[in-house]
Design a binder for this molecule. Structure first.
Ligand code: NAD
Length: 288
């Protein structure tokens, strides 16, 4: 499998998650980051419950993944405490015990979908963006805590984007949602660390060609720019899945409350030769 610029060979499976069980949200189709995480976690020996919003479920593709990795699907709108309660209790019944890991891979902005500019946001949509894309992590963890659903040394990962720290205007209200998401991960990481030795981290992933990603105005420019800036190039979804697996595994037991950059070096780069070259070439063309 080709794997981005410089990492042609995905790692071999080594049963890193043998004996572990977890819930994976957000697998919509084969492009979804969560889809790859579910496949990799399964290949590493984990047993999985898949979840997504009932609407996404009706689109049917998730059933293919469910059959492939032998994982039941428990639908839940991640903004509904009631549905999340059912999700965590049914998942524990299915596993016959508590949960070792949870992936939050949920994002949606009606402002982005409708092409609203940052100065013209619809505030009802804004609140929905925050609820779906950020508060849903708090809700999941609050339900899990109340049900005492995690095993000790469990691991929670939520997916974020660098627009939490830097201005990317086309990402509109999702920038604020990601800032809130990362903050919830820190606060809940502190709480669950004390209570259950459970760790909570966010992974700040490169632009990735998925349904959520490509819905953003100017996505191709984001994607190409980041790819040209990052010394390793953009991190593909498969590599993000590898990173998630490492965070679910016992090899990262003391990593918590972190926002972990998974971006090929983009966030630490000032300027790259590829960008200098592109701007120089554009300048020369304009001067001709
Ligand atoms: N694609 C990118 O460029 C990129 C970059 C960094 C971070 N991320 C983040 O990765 C995560 C996964 O996104 P993706 O790129 O794989 O796209 P995706 O569209 O495949 O996944 C988004 C998921 O959110 C689910 N969802 C939306 N509303 C929901 C609700 N109310 N309840 C439950 N689930 C709901 C969707 O059904 C879908 O499965 C998101 O948090 C996204 O912001 C994506």
């Amino acid at each position: 499998m080709l794997y981005g610029k410089l990492t042609p060979t995905p790692p071999m499976s080594s049963n890193l998650l043998a004996g572990k069980v977890g819930i994976i949200s957000g697998a919509l189709n084969e492009q979804s980051i969560a889809w790859k995480v579910a496949q990799k976690a399964h290949a590493e020996g984990a047993r999985i419950v898949l979840t997504n919003a009932p609407l996404a479920m009706r689109m049917g593709e998730i059933k293919k993944l469910s059959a492939e990795i032998d994982a039941p699907i428990i639908p839940a709108d991640a903004t509904s405490m009631e549905e999340l309660n059912t999700l965590f209790s049914e998942a524990q019944s299915h596993f016959g015990g508590k949960i070792d890991f949870l992936l939050h891979s949920i994002g949606m902005s009606a402002n982005i979908r409708k092409g609203k500019s940052y100065g013209d946001l619809d505030y009802k949509f804004f609140q929905q963006t925050l609820d779906v894309s950020a508060l849903s992590l708090h809700k999941m963890l609050a339900v899990a805590e109340k049900q005492d659903a995690f095993n000790e040394w469990g691991s929670v990962v939520a997916l974020s984007y660098i627009a939490a720290q830097r201005a990317f205007l086309d990402y509109t209200d999702m920038s604020q949602a990601k800032a809130v998401l990362e903050s919830i991960a820190r606060s809940y990481g502190q709480r669950l660390g004390h209570l259950k030795k459970v760790r909570v981290n966010t992974i700040s992933q490169s632009p990735t060609k998925t349904t959520a990603g490509t819905g953003i105005t100017g996505f191709n420019a984001f994607y190409e720019y980041a790819d040209k800036m990052a010394p390793l190039g953009n991190a593909p979804a498969e590599a993000c899945a590898d990173y998630c697996v490492s965070l679910f595994s016992d090899l990262t037991r003391f990593v918590t409350m972190q926002n972990l950059m998974h971006d090929g070096g983009f966030s630490s780069t000032g300027i790259s030769e590829a960008i200098v070259e592109a701007i120089t070439n554009a300048g020369e063309t304009a001067a001709q």
